[in-house]
Ligand binder design. Structure first.
Ligand code: COA
Length: 230
């Protein structure tokens, strides 16, 4: 009986927290149970699934973060899909001091240390994830890495270096597996940068996204953007 009461109270608290976050960030945000956002700004129509922890991030319009992710110090642009259990920004210990233990360089831990102040940046540089990026299940993205527009990070990859636009990278450490399109197509896609179009244009032409050749014809700079093209 006691256990049941405890579970109900916990459930209520989780719902309350979700409701509070949704109120704070506006109607376009969906936040799943047991997720937290700290010092984070989100765009329009952002979806955050359950058990996600987000700290010091910017999340652009229409991007979504699936369950179990942990994101620290990340800028994500628009229409990006982040699979479950992705970690971005692991935090660092020094590799060239006499010891890697925080006792010698940190004074902000939950345990006593010898240091009088912080002697080392544990967070590292901001991670930048472009527009229309797909990050597969369980990938790890190291601090300071930039991932170009339209690229794909394979499931389980550990990304330690910048990723060029419209490439597919995978493995540990992540290496180029292949390019999504030929050079000319990539150049055109980047010039179009469809993610900056109005929602009306995108919605009206959603079928063009199913075929990259038709898409480029419809969205090329000299095409007129009134009405559906596909
Ligand atoms: C990266 C991915 C999109 C590639 O798909 P694809 O374009 O169909 O590519 P292929 O399956 O033809 O594989 C191409 C090459 O990449 C390799 N590869 C595929 N997935 C890989 C991975 N996760 N890690 C390392 N290498 C991988 C393949 O072995 C193949 O290598 P080869 O050319 O030496 O034979 C896909 O494998 C993947 O990881 N998807 C993520 C799925 C996921 O996480 N879903 C849940 C979140 S929504």
């Amino acid at each position: 009986m006691r256990l049941i009461n405890y579970l109900n109270i916990r459930h209520l608290l989780l719902h309350y927290r979700r409701h509070r976050l949704q109120k704070q960030f506006g109607k376009g945000l969906h936040v799943g149970l047991n997720s937290s956002l700290c010092n984070t700004a989100v765009g329009y129509n952002v979806y955050i699934n359950h058990d996600v922890s987000i700290k010091d991030c910017l999340i652009g319009d229409h991007s979504y973060i699936n369950s179990g992710c942990r994101l620290t110090n990340v800028t994500i642009k628009k229409f990006t899909s982040v699979g479950s259990n992705v970690v971005m920004g692991l935090g660092k210990h020094p590799t060239n001091m006499a010891s890697t233990h925080p006792a010698f360089y940190s004074n902000n831990k939950g345990f006593p240390t010898f240091a009088d102040k912080m002697y080392f940046d544990e967070i590292g540089d901001t991670i930048v994830i472009g527009n229309d990026v797909w990050i597969g299940y369980g990938a790890i993205i190291m601090s300071g890495v930039s991932i170009g527009d339209g690229s794909i990070v394979a499931a389980g990859a550990i990304v330690t270096k910048n990723v060029i636009p419209y490439s597919i990278v995978g493995g540990v450490p992540a290496r180029l597996l292949k390019m999504r399109f030929d050079e000319e197509t990539i150049e055109k896609m980047l010039k179009i940068s469809w993610w900056d179009y109005s929602l009306e244009d995108i919605a009206m032409n959603f079928a063009c996204f199913h075929d990259v050749k038709k898409f480029i014809r419809a969205f090329s700079p000299n095409a007129t953007h009134t009405g559906s093209k596909c």
